[in-house]
Write a new protein. Structure first.
Length: 207
């Protein structure tokens, strides 16, 4: 019986090292190809940011600048309040009064009739008792650079021992920080009177 020598080769389990290297190389090349393809697609289709128009913050409406009137412009409507005092010749003797006065006037400096308005006042006698209440209309203009005017209206004379007596007066006044005035008039059952006084007119309101 002849014995044939057969070349015995070592048995290898699994794949050959060269085959493994070939598979790894193919896998790496495939990943690189996929990465390049994705990069080209991203470059060809850039992402555009979308802004929601409703998400923008609302802008505040424009505010017009505040314009203050110049300080030299005295035109307007004023409320004048202040105390007053006067010396009066009435019922054949002198007496003095102290009280207060409120006036509402409209000033238009560049007009011929620069002031128009009215006032309400009340005062009390210091010696004879009682007092008086009056309502006057006022008109004024500028004379020699000063505001000067006239007043006209009814008077109600009050007494602690007699009924009220109705009268009237006409006067002149000037404004120079304080308001000096003079007026003459008549009261029922008392006759004529004359009065000189000062009203401290304080402009407490302007519109």
């Amino acid at each position: 019986m002849c014995t044939r020598y057969v070349a015995l080769k070592p048995v290898h389990w699994g794949l050959h090292p060269q085959a493994v290297q070939g598979l790894l190389r193919c896998a790496v090349l495939g990943w690189i190809a996929c990465f390049l393809a994705v990069t080209r697609v991203a470059a060809a289709d850039p992402v555009t940011a979308v802004t929601d128009p409703h998400s923008a913050a609302p802008t505040a409406p424009p505010v017009p600048p505040v314009r203050l009137p110049p300080t030299w412009d005295l035109d307007g409507t004023y409320l004048w309040l202040g105390p007053l005092g006067a010396a009066s010749w009435i019922d054949a003797r002198w007496d003095s009064t102290f009280g207060a006065d409120a006036a509402v006037v409209v000033v238009r400096e560049r007009a011929r009739l620069a002031v128009i308005g009215g006032d309400l006042g009340a005062s009390r006698w210091t010696a004879r008792g009682g007092g008086r209440v009056w309502v006057d209309g006022l008109l004024g203009t500028y004379l020699l650079g000063h505001l000067t005017g006239i007043s006209l209206g009814p008077i109600l004379e009050l007494s602690d021992v007699t009924h009220p007596r109705l009268g009237g007066s006409v006067g002149v006044w000037g404004f120079a920080g304080i308001t000096p005035f003079a007026r003459v008039g008549s009261v029922a059952n008392l006759g004529m009177f004359a009065e000189l006084g000062i009203h401290i007119a304080l402009p407490v309101l302007r519109r």
